[in-house]
Design a protein around this ligand. Structure first.
Ligand code: AMP
Ligand code: ZN
Length: 269
């Protein structure tokens, strides 16, 4: 199946309405750019949301690419400036967190991911979005699943899926992944064919070595095998009873949290 039909099929699974306001989390990379391209092409009501991480010239290139994309697609872009809103760029904030006792072993991407999700949910809600779309692709999802099985708790995989499951709360904006079944190499090829404005370089805050190890293994697998892995995971997951997450509101920031204090506020303390 070609990439366009695959995305169409995935979106029909979610039963997305064209009236819903969808925020696309745009990083400047190929995945979120292609996600925006298709959602616009299919006539969804989309707006772009970019977090300017303020990681030197890399972030400038990302912001320029996102601005260019939103001009081409004629969609509104909201930009969250980390320095203005949080007082420092992502690298500085992350290093400060990792220098605290008990937080030294935290991985770069884990810290950055928690902060990005916190910002996305809060801003999307304030700007009245119904859904958040991210660019997560088949390779990302297979890697996360394997990482959880090999090292982490399999329960962590409850977040894997086209649409966030097990969480329903008025302060939580559901997240969707339209490229869930599309392999990374096909997304790259497509973005080049369409000459979309994309920053192809990787984030300078290197991903953790564990994900790199798993990626080296999954890179060798064919797309069919990766789709099989994800479909088998979905079958298995239906049989496992995972408690619906009870949502609290963080005592410090008021955002949805699984515990009394949300992950972002625990990082910052
Ligand atoms: P990553 O965790 O960096 O692989 O990114 C996963 C997804 O999160 C991307 O496909 C984007 O949808 C979103 N994302 C990552 N970085 C940003 C950013 N700086 N601003 C907005 N969305 C982002
Ligand atoms: Zn909090």
């Amino acid at each position: 199946m070609d990439i366009e039909n695959q995305v169409k099929k995935t979106l029909s699974k979610i039963k997305l309405s064209k009236r819903e306001k969808i925020f696309i989390a745009l990083s400047g990379g190929k995945d979120s750019t292609v996600t925006a391209y298709f959602l616009k092409k299919f006539g969804y009501n989309i707006e772009g949301f970019h977090i300017d991480l303020k990681i030197g010239s890399y972030s400038e290139r990302c912001r320029n690419a996102v601005e260019e994309l939103c001009r081409r697609l004629k969609i509104t872009l909201h930009v969250y400036d980390m320095k203005k809103e949080m007082g420092s760029g992502m690298c500085y904030l992350r290093t400060a967190i990792q220098s605290k006792p008990g937080k030294k072993r935290l991985k770069n991407c884990a810290v950055c991911g928690v902060i990005k999700k916190w910002i996305l949910n809060k801003k999307a809600r304030e700007l009245k979005a119904d859904k958040i779309a991210t660019g997560h692709n088949l390779d990302d999802e297979v890697q996360t699943f394997l990482m959880n099985i090999l090292k982490g708790s399999p329960e962590l995989s409850r977040n894997i899926g086209v649409l966030t499951k097990n969480v329903s709360d008025k302060k939580f904006i559901p997240r969707i992944k339209p490229l869930f079944y599309v392999a990374e190499k096909d997304i790259k090829k497509f973005s080049k064919q369409k000459k979309l404005p994309v920053v192809y370089e990787k984030c300078p805050c290197a991903p953790d070595s564990y994900r790199i190890q798993v990626r080296k293994f999954t890179e060798k697998l064919s797309s069919e095998v990766k789709i099989n892995a994800i479909k088998n995971f979905e079958k298995l997951f239906k049989k496992i009873k995972i408690k619906k997450t009870k949502i609290n509101y963080c005592e410090r920031c008021g955002e949805p949290a699984r515990n009394k204090i949300c992950k972002k506020c625990r990082l910052m303390e």
